[in-house]
Design a protein around this ligand. Structure first.
Ligand code: BGP
Length: 461
């Protein structure tokens, strides 16, 4: 069967400033929480490899954009580093950063690659974290100023903006499950961080619209469909709460401008609601996006709890459900995540049926592989497993579109193997292999496949 995609479909890949630029503390950039945390606790990072060790996009951007072109990308997502652009978090701009981002954007446009620019990808400037990070409402204002500065500087050429990448991750990682700095475990503080993030998002959206630059603004959410173990009401109820906590807590404000009533009631009942101020509801409503980015890696399998909750234990989402390892599920043998391709279709269908069929695109999807060097033959990684992964997900995207979903493109995570938070280079995701020592780039078999697919606007399979 031929899988042909709509005209002007966005074919590309995604990355972020903190994971590719390197030069963590040069070029006038100040530290982010990642530089700070790594300096204090390197053992929390795989093989003690920190955020300075990247593919050096800050230096190699021109060649990397040429490589994007070679792989037939018509779009590419990266982010602007707040700590590089405004080293003190507020106020003065770093002229070297302004030059760097101007040139990068101009070069993409010159090569026929539409830049998709995200503003925040987990990289809180340390100065802002020292003022309380997202727990402090002042930081909401500071973020909106930074966002507005970006629109002012680059908005004449960038027409696709995103306020946040996976805003739930710093909440879960930094305030609930201890896998990001500042390593707090406290639901109420996590809820406050989540709430302030969405206020910051809405404020940035408002500022963007005020400028009338003719482009669009969105947010990128990692959506993890929650599948119940069975049709049994207790399992269904558990999956519903997981969905409220992990998906709808960001999806509803982004697409409906308000939080789900059921979630608000649940948190109120347990004394976990963040503090609101007059005018917040109107602000959230103004944050409804033009475009939704969907990051999809794996689903969430849920069952009801096996045991009663100890009411003296700290409040956690897991009070309401257990995670469930579905027997027979298909696993990525090289990274330990489930692979469930129809999940991407279920997300699109849910958006079409329950959220007014918004303009959206797949902003990340990809397959991490440990020790990928073992698949090299004659100098090229033979990643047929990744080709299958992408092809099979695209088949489901194609079906979603055929049924009417407003899905406009597909971006792979990622272009060149990159540094990934605490996992550093443990899991490789790129279309292009990176030799960290020599900085050499080598296109993998999947990169060649994608280049063909993009130029033919589809594939047969
Ligand atoms: C996504 C993030 C990316 C990237 C990816 C891979 O959630 O948006 O920034 O890190 O996950 O993650 P990992 O390297 O942990 O497999």
């Amino acid at each position: 069967m031929q899988y042909q995609f709509p005209d002007n479909f966005w074919w590309g890949s995604a990355s972020s400033a903190p994971q590719t630029e390197g030069h963590s503390l040069s070029g006038g950039k100040s530290a982010t929480i990642w530089d700070h945390w790594f300096a204090r606790q390197p053992s929390r990072f795989h093989q003690q490899v920190g955020p300075a060790e990247t593919s050096g996009f800050y230096q190699h951007w021109r060649d990397d954009i040429a490589l994007l072109k070679q792989l037939n990308h018509n779009t590419f997502r990266t982010s602007i580093s707040w700590a590089r652009l405004i080293p003190q978090g507020r106020g003065e701009l770093n002229p070297q950063a302004v030059d760097f981002y101007q040139q990068m954007i101009d070069e993409m446009l010159a090569q026929g690659i539409t830049p998709f620019i995200n503003l925040f990808h987990f990289d809180m400037p340390l100065v802002m974290q020292q003022q309380g990070g997202w727990e402090n409402r002042e930081v909401v204002e500071a973020y909106a100023e930074y966002a507005d500065k970006c629109f002012q500087l680059f908005g004449d050429r960038v027409q696709h903006w995103f306020t946040f990448n996976e805003p739930i991750v710093p909440v879960e990682g930094g305030y609930l499950y201890d896998f990001h700095y500042p390593n707090v475990v406290d639901f109420k503080r996590a809820a406050t961080v989540a709430y302030h993030t969405m206020l910051a998002h809405a404020l940035a959206v408002k500022k963007y619209r005020r400028r009338q630059q003719g482009g669009e603004i969105g947010i990128i959410l990692n959506l993890t469909p929650s599948y119940a173990r069975s049709g049994n009401p207790a399992d269904q109820q558990a999956a519903n709460i997981a969905d409220l906590m992990f998906n709808r807590s960001f999806l509803d404000p982004a697409l409906r401008g308000e939080y789900p009533q059921q979630l608000v009631e649940l948190l109120a009942q347990h004394g976990q609601l963040p503090e609101c101020q007059p005018g917040d509801s109107e602000l959230l409503e103004a944050g409804i996006v033009d475009l939704l980015g969907i990051n999809y890696y794996q689903p969430r399998r849920i069952k009801c709890r096996d045991s009663l909750v100890n009411p003296d234990s700290p409040f956690m989402p897991e009070w309401f459900f257990d995670h469930y390892e579905m027997p027979g599920r298909k696993m990525n043998p090289y990274r330990g995540w489930e692979i469930y391709e129809p999940g991407i279709y279920d997300i699109l269908t849910n958006l079409r049926q329950n959220y007014g069929n918004p303009r959206c695109f797949i902003s990340e999807n990809g397959m991490g592989v440990e020790n990928e060097g073992r698949f090299a033959q004659a100098g090229q990684i033979q990643d047929d497993y990744r080709i299958d992964f992408v092809r099979e997900h695209l088949q489901w995207v194609h079906r979603g579109i055929a049924e009417g979903s407003n899905c406009l493109g597909y971006h792979m995570w990622t272009f060149i193997d990159n540094w990934s938070w605490c996992n550093a280079y443990k899991n490789r995701y790129g279309f292009v292999q990176l030799d960290l020592q020599t900085q050499q780039r080598s296109v993998k078999k999947s990169g060649e496949w994608f280049a063909r697919t993009a130029s033919e606007n589809g594939f047969s399979g």
